[in-house]
Write a protein of this length. Structure first.
Length: 237
């Protein structure tokens, strides 16, 4: 939410992506808009979606198609949409064969960070930079943040402005929560210094303690408690 209005994107029972807005005065856009009617070229249907707003301007949308691929489009500040969906795997290679869940957010209000659950049950990460380019390859989060669940089913992420965690490692950060195959919630952090040091690689510096169950001693300050909602096919903040 930005500029006191909320943009909502959902997957309908028709498999399409629908968009609406809740205005600052509490009123809503009279009708949902079909994103496919604005951005063409995507998959026939979608199974999951996530979105993030940037500086009160553009809304970026990432969805999992029925083809198991990740697709991306943008709603600009003037209400227009990018004419066509872009295939994220066409920009960032090296990920799994297919994805089952996706989450996205921004740690700095400029770059879009995308985290997906692969059909291998692993968490994969890539970045769309402020200039529109993408990190060349997906990075496997488990290769830099160890100790989590054997596999994951769902994922959510959000950018925050740092805070007094067990180890304070940067500002701002991307915080990632996944639902493991063990039914537990697991948490890790991608630190702010990652993009500055290795802009060409998505396997950046994560929380040195690795993935940790949320029922462990990891504590979030009151102002940064992340609200997590689990639904039939998504995990979101």
């Amino acid at each position: 939410m930005a500029n006191d209005f909320l943009q909502v994107v959902g997957v309908g029972d028709d498999g399409q992506l629908w968009h609406t807005i809740r205005n600052a005065d509490g009123s809503w856009t009279p009708r949902f808009g079909l994103i496919k009617g604005e951005s063409s070229g995507g998959p026939p249907t979608f199974t999951d979606v996530s979105c993030g707003n940037f500086g009160g301007q553009a809304l970026q949308v990432a969805g999992v198609g029925n083809d198991g691929q990740l697709w991306h489009t943008i709603r600009n500040a003037d209400g227009t949409w990018t004419p066509r969906f872009g295939l994220i795997e066409g920009e960032s290679s090296g990920g799994p064969g297919k994805f089952t869940d996706v989450a996205c957010g921004s740690a700095d209000g400029l770059a879009l960070q995308v985290v997906g659950v692969g059909d291998d049950g692993q968490l994969w990460h890539t970045i769309r930079n402020a200039d529109g380019t993408w990190t060349p390859g997906f990075g496997l989060i488990e290769s830099v943040s160890v100790g989590g669940s054997w596999k994951f089913n769902m994922v959510g992420c959000a950018g925050t402005e740092g805070g007094p965690f067990i180890v304070r490692v940067g500002n701002p950060t991307l915080q990632v929560i996944g639902v493991g195959s063990d039914g537990q919630l697991w948490h890790t952090i991608r630190n702010a210094d990652g993009t500055g040091r290795l802009a060409s690689s998505s396997s950046k510096v994560y929380h040195p303690a690795g993935l940790q169950p949320l029922n462990s001693s990891v504590a979030l300050p009151q102002a940064q408690i992340l609200s997590f909602r689990k639904t039939a096919n998504s995990a979101e903040f």
